[in-house]
Design a protein around this ligand. Structure first.
Ligand code: APR
Length: 245
């Protein structure tokens, strides 16, 4: 039996036994839906410095570049859909084996896949508001131009957490509480490079399993590490869970 299948079978048995399973996902969960991640060789930050585009400073002092960057990211999202890995997580939630998904992703793909209990700790790129008058705008208005129809200033922005901004309190509080009480935390498709989310696995009192294309650094001391794509690992995991229940 290949090592990965052995580990997937071990994870399936952990999921069946667990009373409280939390999923933590990152951009690697979305790459099979053709959305680049950030730090792989084809990631967003390989060609641009995130501080010049995705920071509170960029919003204040480089608004046109900021607007063009997010306009490009939102347009990309118009053509993507959840992949088999997202659908596998939906199936596990339907079967009662996933209690919540905490995601760093702003793509909304977990809800498009049909998962219900989702906490977006870095916000949601499809939610638009005016940074000047705080009125809500639509994605369509944002794509048509940066001007707010209410206050007429070029101030529309997506509701995503920029570098230098604090995370949404409710989502972060839930993430901290649910992970510290979980029997099992499954971390999928994240390099765990960004604070404070990269501290969450260290709060887990139960077992922590890491599913990723590349290994994470040793500090995490994961109970299990499964190297592979989210799509393949998660679909095979659902298959193994069904075999063992
Ligand atoms: N399956 C599994 N893992 C994958 C896949 C895949 N199909 N594709 C990529 N990966 C892995 C990469 O090897 C990498 O380790 O996913 C990880 C993605 O890491 P990052 O690109 O750093 O993304 P993430 O960890 O989500 O970044 C966190 O940084 O810039 C901010 O706000 C941004 O939320 C993001 C945060």
């Amino acid at each position: 039996m290949s090592l990965v299948i052995k580990e997937i079978t071990a994870l399936a048995k952990l999921i069946i036994k667990s009373d409280n399973t939390i999923i933590l996902t990152g951009a690697g969960m979305d790459t099979e839906s053709n959305i680049p991640d950030f730090r792989s060789k084809s990631g967003w930050w390989k060609n641009v410095d995130p501080m010049t585009l995705a920071s509170i400073n960029a919003l204040k002092n480089n608004y046109n570049l900021f607007y063009e960057f997010y306009k490009e990211r939102i347009k990309l999202l118009e053509q993507v859909e959840p992949h088999k890995g997202h659908l596998a997580l939906k199936e596990l939630e339907d079967m009662g084996f996933v209690d919540a998904i905490i995601t760093q992703n702003v793509s909304n793909l977990h809800s498009l896949a049909g998962n219900k209990n989702i906490y977006e700790v870095h916000g949601n790129i499809r939610e638009i508001y005016c940074k000047n008058c705080h009125s809500i705008a639509s994605v369509k208005q944002f794509l048509a131009g940066p001007s707010c129809i209410k206050c007429k200033t070029n101030s529309l922005r997506p509701n995503v957490v920029l570098f230098g901004e604090s995370l949404p309190k409710n989502a972060l509080d839930f993430a901290i509480e649910s992970i510290s009480q979980s029997d099992l935390l499954i971390v999928i498709g994240t390099s765990l490079s960004v604070h404070p989310i990269n501290q969450l696995p260290l709060l887990a009192t139960g077992k922590v399993v890491y599913i990723n294309l590349e290994p994470a650094d040793q500090t995490y001391n994961f109970y299990l590490t499964i190297e592979g794509t989210a799509g393949d690992v998660l679909t095979s995991l659902v298959h193994k869970v069904k075999q063992h229940i």
